[in-house]
Design a protein around this ligand. Structure first.
Ligand SMILES: [Mg+2]
Length: 214
């Protein structure tokens, strides 16, 4: 018997030590990069809403298909130590593991596959490109581009309980609204307001494995 039957994982600054949109913005010069960083940081701390910054960041960056693929590689290079082993152990024990992210689906999919999570277990925001690879837009209807998106997506998945949500940000903390226990992940960044309201605090994936598996 495992302590939790389902685990929902954040991606940016949790499964990997980068923020995907900031990584992309860094390729657009210092001004765009600094703006994106500031918006991400304020949104993750819960100071401003995700919906107010999501489109602004995406339209400032307008990532190409090649850049989205490169971000997939960057995620893997920045993978949290032990994350892949943790997911393998949890799944072997019968735990349902899903990645629920406000990041870009095309970039997360190859990283998630490497971690052992198939497409059906990856929930993120799509970006659209034309056949030449130029940016044409993003999935503006995705709930995951909003503050309330993660609990809505998790509720709709109707995962086996008890359910544990793990992440660094305010949008992860909100998954408590879907009945989850929330563990703040501080392996990369520590966001005070999120940690203050968390049920648990963990700083590594080996620690997560020990928490879920008896
Ligand atoms: Mg995060």
């Amino acid at each position: 018997v495992t302590r939790y039957r389902s685990v929902v994982l954040d991606v940016d600054s949790t499964l990997a030590g980068i923020e995907g949109i900031d990584w992309l913005a860094a390729r657009r010069g210092p001004t765009v990069a600094a703006e994106s960083l500031a918006l991400t940081s304020r949104a993750m701390a819960g100071e401003i809403s995700i919906e107010s910054v999501y489109g602004l960041r995406m339209e400032a960056v307008r990532p190409t298909a090649a850049e989205l693929a490169a971000l997939g590689e960057a995620y893997r290079e920045a993978a949290a130590p032990g994350a892949r082993e943790c997911i393998t152990s949890l799944r072997a024990a019968g735990v349902e593991v899903h990645a629920v992210s406000g990041g870009i689906r095309q970039s997360i999919l190859p990283f998630a596959a490497w971690l052992g999570l198939d497409e059906a277990r990856v929930h993120a925001v799509s970006v659209f490109t034309d056949p030449q690879g130029a940016y044409t837009g993003w999935e503006t209807t995705s709930p995951l581009a909003t503050s309330a998106g993660k609990p809505a997506v998790v509720r709709a998945l109707a995962l086996p309980t008890p359910l544990l949500a793990v992440g660094d940000g305010a949008t992860d903390l909100a998954i408590r609204g879907a009945g989850a226990t929330f563990a703040a992940f501080t392996g990369f960044v520590t966001r005070g307001p999120v940690v203050a309201q968390a049920d648990l605090v963990i700083e590594s994936f080996p620690q997560l494995t020990a928490l879920v598996l008896p």
